[in-house]
Design a protein around this ligand. Structure first.
Ligand SMILES: [Zn+2]
Ligand SMILES: [Zn+2]
Ligand SMILES: [Zn+2]
Length: 166
């Protein structure tokens, strides 16, 4: 019994150890390189709105502007570019909070994890106080200016001091 088990275990081990690429016409590196090449060919430089989505996702529907991305309708009321990115198609996230949880923060993280870069579009400033030389957080706010943890019509960059007050 123990001997039979040993045999089975050895067989399983041999299966795992065998390199599946030995019987595949391309290597792992070649496959990864080709995938990168395909993704690069679809690369779309673009501007990203403060809502965290491509400016191109915004369009006029009847009398109002809407932002439509992947599986959600973002309530952003007006495209307002804040950053310039190498690949706008990674900005499809949904706002779950402020800062890194905002769609803009999540999109930047996704972009970086895919190996692309971004830069500010113009000089960013805190919307409530106008400070420029400060760290800024993207936040969704409601009609009366209180921070929300879900997508909103209104989004803004705010400094840490102003964020405490909203
Ligand atoms: Zn927007
Ligand atoms: Zn949006
Ligand atoms: Zn401020």
């Amino acid at each position: 019994m123990a001997e039979a088990l040993d045999k089975v275990q050895k067989k399983c081990k041999d299966m795992v150890m065998e390199n599946p690429y030995n019987k595949l016409g391309f290597s792992k590196d070649e496959a990864i390189e080709a995938l990168r090449e395909i993704e690069n060919s679809k690369k779309r430089n673009g501007l990203i709105c403060i809502c965290g989505h491509s400016v191109k996702a915004h369009y006029n529907a009847r009398d109002r502007q809407v932002c439509s991305v992947a599986k959600q309708d973002c309530p952003c009321s007006k495209a307002e570019p804040v950053i310039k990115v190498q690949n706008a198609r990674y900005f499809l996230k949904k706002t779950e909070g402020g800062g890194v949880y905002h769609a803009l923060g999540q999109g930047i993280a996704k972009l970086e994890s895919e190996g692309y870069t971004w830069e500010w579009y113009g000089e960013p400033e805190c919307v409530p106080c106008g400070a420029k030389d400060v760290e800024l957080y993207p936040v969704a706010v409601n009609e009366v200016g209180t921070e929300m943890n879900e997508p909103s019509r209104y989004n803004a960059l705010v400094c840490v001091e102003c964020r405490k007050k909203i």
